[in-house]
Design a protein around this ligand. Structure first.
Ligand SMILES: [Zn+2]
Length: 123
């Protein structure tokens, strides 16, 4: 039996950050479902569960990795939005590297960590 499971799981994609996030969302939906029984929540709940299982047993690793990359990019973007009140985002004129500078420090010299280009900005 154990061997059968091992053979079945061989080459399958498994769980990544994106799947974990969806599982978390499914948990929240399950709790919501206890209070508000609407078809929309039930539908989303099942869609989430099916999607996670589908990815877990998928043999198309390239597509799953691409989805996970997309998810991680969204998380990073959200992280930037969260900082926008406390930080300025400047783009290096030389190499386009994004540089995060805390606000309220007055006029400061910024040195690009990637290419070493220096410029003065008001933070
Ligand atoms: Zn640079």
């Amino acid at each position: 039996m154990r061997e059968k499971i091992a053979r079945f799981m061989y080459g399958r994609y498994g769980v990544d950050q994106f799947s974990k996030f969806i599982m978390g969302a499914v948990m929240v939906l399950m709790i919501l479902n206890l209070f508000f029984r609407t078809p929309v929540i039930t539908l989303l709940l099942w869609a989430g569960i099916i999607f996670v299982y589908y990815r877990m047993f998928s043999k198309n690793h390239a597509r799953c990795i691409a989805q996970n990359q997309w998810y991680l990019a969204q998380v990073r973007k959200l992280g930037c939005y969260k900082d926008i009140r406390t930080h300025h985002i400047y783009t290096c004129k030389s190499c386009r590297q994004k540089i995060r500078i805390p606000r309220g420090k007055g006029k400061i010299m910024i040195r690009c960590p990637r290419c070493g280009y220096e410029f003065v900005k008001r933070s």
